[in-house]
Design a protein around this ligand. Sequence first.
Ligand SMILES: N=C(N)NCCCC[C@H](N)C(=O)O
Ligand SMILES: O=C(O)CCC(=O)C(=O)O
Ligand SMILES: [Fe+2]
Length: 329
Amino acid sequence: MATDFKSIPIIDIGPLLSKSDDPDMGSDPGVAQVVEQLDRACREAGFFYVKGHGVPDPLVKEVRSIARKFFHLPYEEKLKIKMTPEAGYRGYQRLGENITKGVPDLHEAIDCYTEIKPGRYGALGKPMEGPNQWPQYPPNYKELMEEYISLCSELSRKIMRGIGLALGGSPSEFEGDRAGEAFWVTRIIGYPGVPDANGDNKTDNDVGCGAHTDYGLVTLVNQDDDITALQVRNLSGEWISAPPIPGTFVCNIGDMLKIWSNGLYESTLHRVVNSNAKFRVCVAYFYEPNYDAAVEPLDFCIQKSGGVRKLGKAVYGEHLVAKVQTNFA
Ligand SMILES: N=C(N)NCCCC[C@H](N)C(=O)O
Ligand SMILES: O=C(O)CCC(=O)C(=O)O
Ligand SMILES: [Fe+2]
């Protein structure tokens, strides 16, 4: 929400992807153009669409389609993979179970996370330990999602190379002990439609997901292509819609990138209001730092901000656990 943007830019990241394994990618003119667009979008809105991302369209559609089938199963069936604190907050949560700023959200979801083996991060990792809980139906649910998640991870890593350059650093800024072992979060989300959504009777005060920021580095939103529901807040407090654009992901900045960039890039507030009659599905993939990463403003970002350090330090895993524990309080 750094400016009064009125729409969200579209960036074709094809040229970045084609050079993203070249350490000298920054001197490629095609890459430089993408990097400039990334910098602008991250400063002005903290949100952009990515096109030319290379994740096959049939797979993008299939993950939404199996999600829709799961949400339409009887409640008893969905409860077989019920989310509990003991299960590391992994699994299915019913409508109203997730809370944002004290208000229950009008969505149901399956939450999954990078699996953490017992003891891997000591006490820091304990609350999130555990295997994911995948639906039994359809039988290939787990395999399909794991393939999708792995493509989203590769794509996000490449976007982060562009963002490293966009900030004025190197393409490997977010590798190693920052995000070389990036933790991921995936939320498979269903938002009920409004029963009577025509004209004056429109009930748009039922919020699917209250205003929040995302927690990590970048998010890739795979949303239904016929419903506009995601809204992004600009500097004046207006809610700017992020309508679906087929063939793209909506990509936005998370809290940890805000800290590393010393606030040059903002994690922008956004919310979801489904005022359509149809059930809306979204699969959100979150690319985050290493679970145990200590995150504080990068020196070169402080220099770019006139030498003023604007944000304090956070440990990513602590930030995640604090969020997750209050999401279900
Ligand atoms: N992993 C991420 N980013 N999840 C976003 C969920 C936002 C809603 C949540 N209740 C909250 O208040 O954060
Ligand atoms: O449903 C959407 O479009 C976005 C969901 C979201 O913002 C989130 O899960 O963090
Ligand atoms: Fe979000």
